[in-house]
Design a protein around this ligand. Structure first.
Ligand code: HEM
Length: 412
């Protein structure tokens, strides 16, 4: 199948300028059409809000089976490293379809309760205050290195029962998994990443084994013990897969959310002043950041039969790349979509957390973390500004997006 991307639209998602600012491509693509086929990726690219929304809400026609698959197939050597570690990509939650997904999601909801999320607020506030005290020194900070990189990991690890000392190890494992699934690594890199991912998988397995032997008050134990009426419990492998998933989804996304948040509010001085003056504007500001600068800019589905998307015929078993970042700036839904507006009335119609049966399990936790961080920094450092002339860099992958470093400064 040849490309039907108009010639003026160059789609090169693993390199600048796309990595630095994919929104230029999104605006052009969305205006040019609802769906394009890219032969290099072998994906159909979906650009508009109404189509992305419908696809996420119609699992019968659009399966999640490819959601976590490596974007390009792994070389046999990398594959064998993962097989030897008994890693298997069997569908359990994120890449499962109903009815199997429905059952596991119910168990995950039982273990990941609103009570567990709400109970994290004092902890999030404490860590933010501690990092500000210890790391924000001499009027300068790297908001990623000194705050956003570690904070969400400490939070979700506490939920899951992972020791804080393991943050660097798990962060490294999570990044290798991310690049395997959503990046475009060379063969040599694939082998290195597969080793790191295999050890990350073993780590998740050991955690589940330890909690099976000795239950504690944490999500991992609750997931092992969760029961949905008289249905059988989740298997050890099922629990490991969910726990392994959270060891990535639970912090990389939120590191990016905090990075994108600080970047946007410190750039827009009116928004920043208002946030400092009226902290009650923060929750809607966070929704607008998720819309305007989504931490997950693309997600995947596969057609289960031949379908039409936005009037374009798409065959059965076609891989779809849903451009969430583009949907979130669709003028059909958002007035003046390229404008960042913390008062936007319908900001929460963004699709940053997905929609429907797979709607992000951790959305309430992510929102809580971004709100608390913003409350604390704006209260303590109203004079903070971005350090001028810095070039932001982003991890070369198709989905997860946030600056790798973000320098800020203040007087006094
Ligand atoms: C800014 C932060 C976050 C963003 C942007 C985000 C985004 C997403 C997206 C786009 C999906 C796929 C939804 C779909 O297929 O319809 C998803 C699913 C998921 N997210 Fe998040 N996420 C974030 C934070 C978190 C956190 C903090 C956790 C856990 C503590 C988490 C756990 C999950 C899980 C387990 C799923 C799969 C749910 C299922 O398949 O039923 N996420 N997330």
């Amino acid at each position: 199948m040849p490309s039907n991307l108009p010639e003026f639209l160059e789609f090169d998602p693993f390199r600048d300028p796309y990595l630095a600012d994919p929104y230029v491509f999104f605006a052009k693509a969305r205006a040019a059409g609802p769906v394009f086929y890219d032969p290099a990726l072998d994906y159909w690219i979906v650009t508009r809000h109404a189509d992305v929304r419908r696809i996420l809400q119609t699992p019968k026609l659009f399966s999640a089976a490819n959601a976590l698959a490596p974007l390009s197939p792994l070389c046999p050597h990398a594959q064998s490293i993962l097989t030897q570690a008994s890693f298997s990509a069997d569908p359990v939650l994120t890449n499962a379809d109903p009815p199997a997904h429905t059952r596991v999601r119910r168990l995950a909801n039982i273990a990941f309760t609103p009570r567990r999320v709400a109970a994290m607020e004092p902890f999030v506030r404490d860590i933010t205050q501690r990092f500000m005290r210890e790391r924000f020194a001499n009027g300068r900070v790297d908001l990623i290195r000194d705050l956003a990189w570690e904070l969400p990991a400490l939070v979700v690890f506490r939920v899951q029962g992972v020791p804080a000392a393991d943050v660097p190890r798990v962060k490294a494992g999570a990044e290798s998994r991310l690049l395997v699934m959503f990046g475009h690594p060379s063969q040599e890199q694939q082998i290195q990443l597969a080793h790191s991912m295999a050890s990350f998988w073993r780590y998740a397995k050991e955690l589940v084994d330890a909690r099976t032997a000795q239950p504690r008050d944490d999500f991992t134990t609750d997931l092992i013990l969760a029961r949905d009426h008289d249905l059988p419990a989740l298997s050890r492998h099922g629990v490991t897969t969910v726990v392994f998933g959270l060891l990535l989804a639970g912090h990389e996304t939120t590191t990016n959310l905090i990075g994108n948040t600080m970047r946007r509010v410190l750039t827009d001085r009116n928004a920043w002043r208002e946030i400092c003056r009226s902290p009650e504007s923060i929750p809607n500001a966070v929704e607008e950041i998720l819309r305007f600068d989504s931490s997950v800019i693309a997600w995947r589905r596969r057609t289960t039969e031949a379908v039409e998307i936005g009037g374009v015929a798409v065959p059965a078993a076609a891989n779809l790349l849903l451009l969430i970042g583009s949907a979130n700036r669709d003028p059909a839904v958002f007035t003046d979509p390229e404008r960042f507006d913390i008062h936007r009335a319908n900001a929460d119609q963004h699709l940053a957390f997905g929609l429907g049966a797979h709607y992000c399990l951790g959305a309430p936790l992510a929102l809580l973390e971004a709100r608390v961080v913003l409350e604390e920094i704006s209260a303590r450092y109203p004079g903070m500004r971005l350090t001028p002339d810095q070039t932001l860099r982003f991890l070369p992958n198709i989905s997860f997006r946030g600056p790798l470093s973000l320098l800020a400064e203040w007087d006094g």
